[in-house]
Design a protein around this ligand. Structure first.
Ligand SMILES: Cc1cc2nc3c(=O)[nH]c(=O)nc-3n(C[C@H](O)[C@H](O)[C@H](O)COP(=O)(O)OP(=O)(O)OC[C@H]3O[C@@H](n4cnc5c(N)ncnc54)[C@H](O)[C@@H]3O)c2cc1C
Length: 278
């Protein structure tokens, strides 16, 4: 039986979030918290693998108490169990401290049911580093397989997985031993609408919630701000792009407006570069 654990994070919806112009930091109250979109694909892939090979899908998150909502979203997608580690001691964690805390939680989950596969998203839409997955794999001393676009085969008995990894000019096929950790791309699957039974189960679901004291052999100096060597020296909001125009009218009128804009641009470019452009 396969035990797959997907690591998931609740993030502010960065499509909506506003920046505080005075502090140059995110105004988290300006946007709803959502399941990191890449992680929805990680959970969906785990659910699909369970359909192919049988087993159990668990999800794990480190976050503040409201992150329970993100776990419930994963139950809607089809996960069986949800685990959350939450504690003030985790606050201010960079990717090094995050991967440490998550590894300790994974070790505890593995005591309940040994883990065959860990699935992460490619990255989060707020932190954006893509470091946490490989960081966990390094700490657990298991192979990290990043940029995964297809899981071709899992063989729980012979203990191997075959996956396709996205490259700039194609893909490569990799065979790895189990357990291993996959970081998946968005194009690995499409996340369908949740089914009604899953939605009902999610609404009632209470995840397993652990604090630092529940984790074994934990070195508190590696947690939270204390365990985070990253220093953020400055933060600024990117300038909003200026300009832009709405093309209006019937399609042929819009095409002619667009051509006018492109021709004017071409003339400006030629004048600036001092030569002809064809
Ligand atoms: C000095 C410093 C202080 C910070 N303080 C805070 C803070 O107080 N609160 C805060 O929220 N952030 C804080 N951050 C941001 C925090 O470091 C990152 O959010 C976190 O380490 C994850 O990194 P990432 O978002 O780049 O994830 P990525 O590495 O891009 O994520 C890749 C994948 O790893 C998994 N993953 C990532 N994070 C988690 C998680 N928390 N739980 C489960 N799975 C996960 C997901 O599968 C995700 O798709 C701080 C960062 C720095 C540098």
């Amino acid at each position: 039986m396969l035990h797959i654990v997907a690591c998931i994070k609740q993030v502010p919806d960065t499509k909506i979030i506003k920046m505080n112009p005075k502090t140059n930091t995110m105004d988290r109250s300006s946007a709803p918290a959502i399941l990191n979109p890449y992680d929805a694909h990680a959970v969906e892939e785990a659910v699909r693998l369970r359909a192919r090979y049988g087993g159990v899908v668990s999800v794990l998150t480190m976050g503040p108490p409201p992150a329970v909502k993100a776990i419930r979203k994963c139950i809607e997608i089809g996960a069986d169990e949800g685990y959350m580690i939450t504690d003030r001691a985790f606050a201010g964690a960079d990717t090094l401290a995050t991967s440490y805390a998550l590894t300790k939680a994974l070790e505890k989950i593995a005591e309940i049911l040994p883990i065959d596969l860990i699935v992460c998203g490619k990255m989060t839409i707020d932190g954006d580093t893509g470091q946490v997955g490989p960081g966990i794999a390094r700490r657990l001393d298991i192979p990290p397989l990043t940029s995964v676009i297809k899981v071709a085969e899992i063989n729980p008995d012979e203990r191997y997985a075959i996956v396709h990894r996205k490259l700039e000019d194609g893909y490569e096929v990799i065979r790895s031993t189990l357990p291993c950790l996959l970081s998946v791309e968005k194009d690995i699957n499409e996340v369908p609408y949740s089914t009604l039974p899953n939605m009902l189960r999610a609404a009632r679901y209470e995840p397993h919630i652990w604090s630092v004291g529940d984790l074994k052999d934990i070195d508190r100096t590696q947690l939270g701000l204390k365990g985070s060597p990253t220093i953020v020296s400055s933060v600024w909001a990117p300038q909003k792009p200026q300009g832009g125009a709405m093309l209006e009218g019937k399609p042929d009128a819009q095409v002619s407006q667009l051509l006018d804009v492109l021709l004017t641009r071409k003339e400006l470019f030629e004048a600036a570069s001092g030569g002809g452009v064809s």
